[in-house]
Ligand binder design. Sequence first.
Ligand SMILES: [Zn+2]
Length: 203
Amino acid sequence: MKSHKAVVKVMSHTREHESIAPLVEDLLRRLGEDPKRDGLARTPERVDQAMRFLTSGYRADIQKLLNGALYEVKYDEMVVVRDIEFFSLCEHHMLPFYGKVHVAYLPQKKVIGLSKIPRIVDVFARRLQIQERMTQQIAQTIQETVQPLGVGVICEAKHFCMMMRGVEKQHSGAMTSAMLGAFRDRKDTRDEFLALVNKSNGF
Ligand SMILES: [Zn+2]
C-alpha cells in the first residue's frame, strides 16, 4: 500500500460546523419514527455531539499533540506498546469497528513519550476509516515524527457492519499490519515484534 500523508483534511470546510441535528431528525422520520416522542426528543442533539466526538480526529493537530514529547536518548532497543484499545467508524456503513492496536518502533536517537502513542491511535481512529488505512496512517505518523529505524503496527478489529448485518459473522475479526523501514526489511526485527504481540491473550 502506498503511503498516505498523515494529516490530511478530508472534510469540506464549508459545512463542517453546521449542526447535523436537523438531518438526524429527518432520518428518524424517514425510518418511520416519531422524532417528537419523549425518548427521541433530544436524540438529534445527542447524535450531533456524539458524531462530533467520534470524528474529532479530523480536527486534531498532531504536531501540537506531540509537542515536547520527543526525547533524545541512546536507547536503541525495540519499543513496544501493546493492546491499545481503539474505537472507530467504518466509512462504508458508518458503523463501529473496534479492537486493539500494537505499535513498535526501533529508535534512532529519539523516542516519543509512551502515552503519546495511544493519542496518535485516537487521532486516526476518530474519523470515518477503513482499518487498512488507519493502520498505515499510525505507522506513517510515527515514522515521520520520531524518525526511527522502522515502525511496525498491527491492528486486530471487529466490525459491526459484519457482525450485525450482511454476513452476520459475530466472531470474525480482521487483522491488518503496516511495516516500515527495519520492520519491513529485517525478518528478525519483524519476528521479534510478532512474538511480543502473540504473547497477548488474543482478542
Ligand atoms: Zn463497514
